[in-house]
Every structure is written in structure tokens, then in C-alpha cells.
Design a protein around this ligand. Structure first.
Ligand code: NAG
Ligand code: NAG
Ligand code: NAG
Length: 443
């Protein structure tokens, strides 16, 4: 497979519990205890005092030198492994095995959590018994995720605007459970009634939250009006008109068999919105908006049914490269004059697994595909291309989070409907939330 990533680690999950001595970075004090009193005084006067002055002088340099320890970068984080973490016998329903108290969103509750027929099956219960362990010693600055910290971030520093397809919608649902009962969700969905996937979904601070007294609401923040998280369904980063317009400006990818700009789209429907619509939402002022972080994800819909390029996936892939370049430029121009420290995160796309319903534990390494379903065997290339575009542009507020590897190792964590969507509460999507929280608070 074309990942170019090193998956050749073999440590057993048990090693997670044996921290090496080198983790304890202090010097033994016993020689001092054995010293005579005058020697201690001499030491104090002639060594410790100048030493502390020296440390005081060097302090800024030392913190600069150790700061890489506080941010666990995406590739380092992703080089970890899933470790087994047994569930208590008392955890017998889908919320308790998932570590949730409830979910604020009322949309497709059973489907999102894979609680088919309202019952927790053994396969689904098994899927909640794994915890992502980043490489030991390399991510020591990552403190354990706490929903209280994320709530504080969303209220005080600013919310998350999620832009993406149905997988990003799952991220929204997962957040509605992670943050429960401190948030409420709109709109209300009623089982069996129709809804439009284009409807914006929002999480607001629950006015009854026990954490309310500990939060400092920004001036102008309105509990009833200011969303903490918003999801907008955007499958292809752009509107179709934007993409046709962009295609017109590009030389043909294949001069012998060019695709007409008016004919780039195929038969598959998609939900689309122009950045000229969602970027103003991202930067809008209080009380209607107070977003600090834009989280974007795309690739799954860049298929041969959505597009009708004459030369198939290679041409779709080439167009994806041009579209992501145009997108990064549009985002950079929307960030001009930003004084709020807004951050844009592109999360790498999650991959599907063949035969997922028959695999009941995480992989130790990524398995290559046997078949060419959809664009799955191209998704790694899409992720790498988008990452290269972001890195080459080098905008200090636009980042690519290559954190798909934990998900790639979880064939056992899919929804029951298919092998692309992920069951909420299995630690996969919750891992995105926890990593993003770490990332934005350590930038
Ligand atoms: C659940 O995991 C156990 C091992 O802990 C395994 O024996 C069992 O087959 C799994 N159940 C399902 C339905 O996959
Ligand atoms: C907050 O509490 C009040 C009084 O118990 C209740 O009527 C209201 O529905 C609650 N609101 C939410 C969003 O839970
Ligand atoms: C152009 O497309 C044709 C038909 O798909 C293909 O055979 C040919 O290799 C392509 N040329 C290039 C330069 O990609």
C-alpha cells in the first residue's frame, strides 16, 4: 500500500503499564543526607545559590527547549497503538460502555452508536474496550481529556465549526455525547420523520449545566444564541459552481481526452456549500457566532460517481490537488485581519475497511486493500496531497492533522450499515476530539 508510513511496531499492550525509570527525571538526593552540616551550608552558599541564579537566567531558554514536549504532533500521536482496557461488568448499555452520560443530539441515535434495535450487542460492546495509546515518552505533554476543559475552551476561547460530509456529522454527534449534559442540540429530530442533511446542527451551552458558575462568558455571549459547535454538511469543500468555475481556469489534465468543465459532475448527489458562505460564518461576530476553530474534512465523496472525468480517479485526484490549493488560498484571505487567533484544522480523511463486520479487534498494522471499492485505495494519496498543499502554503493558522492511522487500525469500530462510517463511542471519533483539544490548547 502507498502509505509510506512505518507501521512496524510490535510492543504488547501490557508494556503501557511499565513506565521506564528514565521517566523520573530527578536526581537522587542521598549524598546530601550523608554530608556534614557545614558541608551542606557550603554547598548551599557556593553551589545552589549560583545554580539557581543560573537557572533563573536560563529559564526562558530551557522552556523553549522543552516546549516540543508539550505539543504532541499529529504524526507522533498517530504512531501509537490501541491497548486493551476491560469494561466494568456494570457497563451493560451503549452509553455506559462508551463512557457517555447521554447524547444531546436526537438524530439517528441508534445508528450513530451502533445500538441496533435498541440493544447493545456483544460485538459493539467489544468495540468499546480499546484505548489509543500514543508512543510512550513522546507525548508526555498530553494531559488526559476532560469534557470540562473542552467546554471551557468552547465557551471562553471560542467554538468549533465543523465542515465536512457524513463522517464529520458523526463527529458532531459524538461531541454531543462527549459534552452531555452540559450542552443542548438543535434541531430536534423525531424518529420516522424526514429531515434534510443540509440542516445546520448546533450545540449550545445548557443553561442548567452545573459548570456554568465556573465559566467566564465572553462579553456579548448569549447562551441561547451563541453556538459552541456547528456542523455544516459540505462534501467537496466547495459548491459545484465554484468547482466548475475553478476547472475553467485550469489547463486540461489530458489534452487527448479533455473533460469539459460543464461535464465534470456525475450522477451521485452531494451536499455542497461555497466557502464564500461558510467562511463568513466562521468569522462572524458575537452573539450569533464565536468560532475559534474551523475543522474541515473531505475526500470520501471525490469518487467516480460524484465526478464524471474522462480519465477517472487519476484525473479526480489531480483536480483535488488544484481544489485544495484554491481552498487554502481562500481560507488564508478570509483570515487576513483576524485578531482572534482563529485556527483552521484539516483533519485527514478516515478510511474504510473491507470485510469489517467480521473483524472483532483492532489491527496492529494497516492492512492493504484487496479490492478497489469507491476511492478507498486512493484515500491515503488524497490525504497526503492535502497535507502537502497545507505544508507548502505554510500559513501559521492553517494546519493539517494526519490523525487517520488510529482509525485505520479499527476495522472493528464501524457502523452496522457499512464499512466506512464509524460507530460513535468506540474511541475512534472521541480520539479526534481529544487530540484536537490537545492540539489547539498547545499551539
Ligand atoms: C468479543 O471478544 C471476545 C474476546 O474478548 C471474543 O471471544 C468474542 O468472540 C467477541 N465477540 C464478538 C461478537 O465478536
Ligand atoms: C433546565 O431546567 C428547567 C427546570 O428544571 C427545565 O424546565 C428546562 O427544561 C431545563 N433546560 C434544559 C435545556 O435542560
Ligand atoms: C489520456 O487519457 C487516455 C484515455 O483515458 C489515456 O489512455 C492516456 O494515457 C491519457 N494520457 C495521459 C497523458 O494521461
Amino acid at each position: 500500500m502507498q502509505t509510506g508510513r512505518d507501521d512496524s511496531f510490535a510492543s504488547s499492550w501490557k508494556s503501557h503499564f511499565n513506565f521506564s525509570r528514565s521517566d523520573q527525571g530527578y536526581l537522587p538526593l542521598y549524598p546530601l543526607k550523608q554530608a556534614r552540616h557545614f558541608k551542606v551550608k557550603t554547598l548551599l552558599l557556593f553551589s545552589l545559590v549560583p545554580l539557581s541564579l543560573l537557572l533563573l537566567y536560563l529559564q526562558p531558554h530551557i522552556s523553549a527547549a522543552i516546549s516540543p514536549w508539550s505539543l504532541c504532533d499529529p504524526h507522533t500521536y498517530s504512531a501509537g497503538e490501541w491497548v486493551f482496557s476491560p469494561l466494568p461488568d456494570t457497563a451493560q448499555d451503549v452509553l455506559s460502555v462508551s463512557g457517555f452520560e447521554g447524547c444531546a443530539s436526537s438524530r439517528e441515535f441508534e445508528w450513530h452508536l451502533r445500538n441496533d434495535g435498541g440493544k447493545l450487542g456483544e460485538y459493539r460492546r467489544n468495540a468499546s474496550r480499546w484505548v489509543w495509546q500514543p508512543p510512550k515518552n513522546k507525548c508526555r505533554g498530553m494531559k488526559p481529556f476532560a469534557k470540562e476543559d473542552l467546554l471551557k475552551e468552547l465557551v471562553e476561547r471560542g467554538g468549533w465549526l465543523l465542515i465536512g460530509d457524513s463522517v464529520t456529522e458523526e463527529h458532531f454527534f459524538s461531541l454531543s455525547c462527549t459534552l452531555y449534559p452540559h450542552v443542548v442540540a438543535t434541531p430536534k429530530y423525531v424518529d420516522g420523520t424526514a429531515f434534510d442533511r443540509a440542516w445546520p446542527q448546533n450545540l449550545y451551552l445548557n443553561p442548567n449545566s452545573s459548570l456554568l458558575p465556573s465559566l467566564e462568558l465572553p462579553v456579548g455571549f448569549d447562551i441561547a444564541k451563541t453556538p459552541l459547535v456547528t456542523f455544516r454538511r459540505v462534501d467537496l469543500l466547495f459548491s459545484r459552481d465554484d468547482l466548475i468555475g475553478l476547472h475553467k481556469t485550469l489547463p486540461p489534465y489530458n489534452t487527448t481526452y479533455p473533460t469539459l468543465s460543464s461535464e465534470i459532475f456525475g450522477t451521485q448527489e452531494s451536499w455542497d456549500l461555497s466557502p464564500s458562505e461558510y467562511l463568513p460564518i466562521f468569522t462572524a461576530p458575537l452573539p450569533e457566532a464565536h468560532y475559534r476553530t474551523l475543522i474541515v474534512n473531505t475526500a470520501g465523496h471525490w469518487t467516480e460517481t460524484t465526478f464524471a472525468f474522462t480519465n477517472g480517479l487519476p484525473e479526480i485526484f489531480a483536480f483535488f490537488g488544484d481544489a485544495t490549493r484554491a481552498w487554502v488560498k481562500a481560507v488564508a484571505s478570509a483570515l487576513k485581519g483576524d485578531t482572534e487567533g482563529r485556527q483552521v484544522l484539516v483533519r485527514s480523511y478516515a478510511l474504510g475497511h473491507e470485510n469489517c463486520q467480521n473483524i472483532n479487534m483492532p489491527y496492529k498494522e494497516i492492512h492493504p486493500y484487496q479490492w478497489t471499492w469507491y476511492n478507498w485505495n486512493w484515500l491515503d494519496r488524497f490525504n497526503e496531497a492535502f497535507e502537502a498543499v497545507v505544508e507548502n502554503f505554510g500559513h501559521p493558522q492553517i494546519h493539517f492533522l494526519a490523525i487517520d492511522r488510529p482509525q485505520q487500525l479499527r476495522p472493528d469500530a464501524h457502523a452496522s450499515s457499512d464499512c466506512l462510517h464509524i460507530a460513535v463511542g468506540t474511541g475512534v471519533i472521541e480520539g479526534w476530539t481529544s487530540y484536537i483539544t490537545h492540539y489547539i490548547t498547545n499551539l
